[in-house]
Each structure stands twice: as C-alpha cells, then as structure tokens.
Design a protein around this ligand. Sequence first.
Ligand code: HEM
Length: 285
Amino acid sequence: DSSSPKGPFVPTQADYQKVYDAIAARLANETDYDDGSYGPVLVRLAWHASGTYDKETGTGGSNGATMRFAPESDHGANAGLKTARDFLEPIKAQFPWISYSDLWTLGGACAIQELSGPTIPWRPGREDRDVAACTPDGRLPDAAKDHRHIRDVFSRMGFDDREMVALIGAHALGRCHTDRSGFDGPWNFSPTVFSNEFFRLLAEEKWAQKKWNGPTQFTDKTTGTLMMLPTDMALLKDKGFKKHVERYAKDSDVFFKEFSDVFVKLLELGVPFKTEDRFVFKTSE
Ligand code: HEM
C-alpha cells in the first residue's frame, strides 16, 4: 500500500557495510596524501574522539563527536585531525543517517582492517551532542612525558598496563608532522601496513636522541630515518610495560588479537549502547 507512511529508517548491518565500503573505496582512491593513505590519520581521529573518556565522571569518549566544535577542535593534541574529519564529509553526505560519532569510529575500524590489521568488530549507537559536551583540554596524552603520565591518562580511561601497551602499538601506522605535533617522521618503513613492527623495532633497534632544534625524540642508529617519541621509549623503561613490548615484538598474532580487543573497547568507552551485537565488516579485496 503506497499510501501508508514509512516508519523511521532503521539501518541494518548491510547498511553499515555500505558505509564501510564507501570509506574503503575512498581510502583506495585518495592516495595523494602522506605515505599514500589517509588510513593512519583516520585511526588517530577515532582514538582522539574516544580517548577523552573519564571513567569517574562518565564524560568524554566517542559519543557526541564534540571535536567538530571549538574549543575541542583547537586542542593542541587534535592538530591535523581536520584532515581526517574532512575526508569523511563526503561519506556523511552520502549516508546522512549515520551520526558523526558512529562515522568517525567506523572510519577507524575500517582503516585498521583496510591497512591489513585485525578485524575490528563494531556496533552503532552513538549520538552527536552539542558544543556544551566538549571535554576540557589535557585529557589526551602528552608525548613529551614519561611512563607515569601514560599510566595516569590511560587508567583514567579504564585500561590496564597490557591494554595501554597494545593500544600504543597503533604507532606502527602513520607518522609525526612538524606542523601538527612538532615531532617528525614515521615509526617504521611501512607506515601504511598495520603490523607489530613498532614493538619489534622498539625492542631490537638501538635508539639515540635526535640532534635537532625540535622537541626531544629518538632516531634509530641503523638508518637514522625512523623515530620514537619519549612516551614510546617510556614503554621500555617501565617493567610492567616492557614485558608486553617483548611479547608483542615476538608474536604478531598475539598483538593482533589483543590490539583488536582493546581498540574495540576504546571506541566504545562511555557509549550507552542499546545492542550487545557487534558487526564484523567484510574487508575490501
Ligand atoms: C600519531 C602521540 C597513543 C594512533 C601521533 C603523533 C603523536 C602521538 C605526537 C604525531 C601527530 C602528528 O604530528 O601528526 C601519542 C601519545 C600516545 C599515543 C603520546 C600515548 C602515550 C596512540 C594510540 C593510538 C595512536 C592509543 C591508537 C590506538 C596514532 C596514529 C598516528 C599517531 C595512527 C599517526 C597519524 C598520522 O599519520 O597522521 N601520536 N599517541 N596513538 N598516533 Fe599516537
């Protein structure tokens, strides 16, 4: 009966797979950027949207997508993430029914899978909020600091030592940019392939302080072209962290499994989901 009113559109897994496919296609087409992929900066957007979570107050987290607004968009830690938000705008225009907060986290999950990483089961349910829900500055980690800072910031989100180390393994992807964070360079030679290389290099290479006018960072002694942040090096100094660095350096399968679990948890912090079921998206060919 064509005269009966249609109910509200309730997207199914197939609809979200279409969004996934559109992001994956855009990643495959837009290669004229950095090392050839927007994937790493999409992962960083999903992380910075989620990593503002505070378990004591239940504030922050990916629900809300408040990084659309100043002051959060202008927080120093978020420098450069407009690139990732803009990359996803055409997807939002194509699928106006998806919230920005679902889209940004789906973008991170899609990027991990498309860059040869583990499967990231994902579920919808985030709702965009307004500027009043912006989190205060200073909730995201500062790369110039030490192991105590890492533990402070990530325990506030609700993670344990093992989870903290696994998450930071995302530094297999992408690079630092002097015009964003002040730091410079990639962590490994294949910054668009998800792998345990970050841990292997951290554990096996010799690292020296870089001689330059920029902020303190470290360079591999073998080639002088790779980098580590002070917080990355801090994972070797702390016994509770180092044992996981060594585990992940040795065993890529263990890293992939544990990273997937903790990245799923990160993207869900503070979200009042109505469904238990997660979708597993098909990766593109
Ligand atoms: C990039 C710091 C944890 C994913 C960066 C950059 C800094 C940084 C300074 C360079 C930004 C730029 O100049 O473009 C930190 C610190 C962390 C941390 C201090 C914790 C102690 C994480 C976590 C993830 C992550 C938990 C994801 C699970 C990334 C990715 C990039 C990146 C993918 C590359 C972005 C690109 O290529 O544009 N991080 N990060 N980071 N971070 Fe982290």
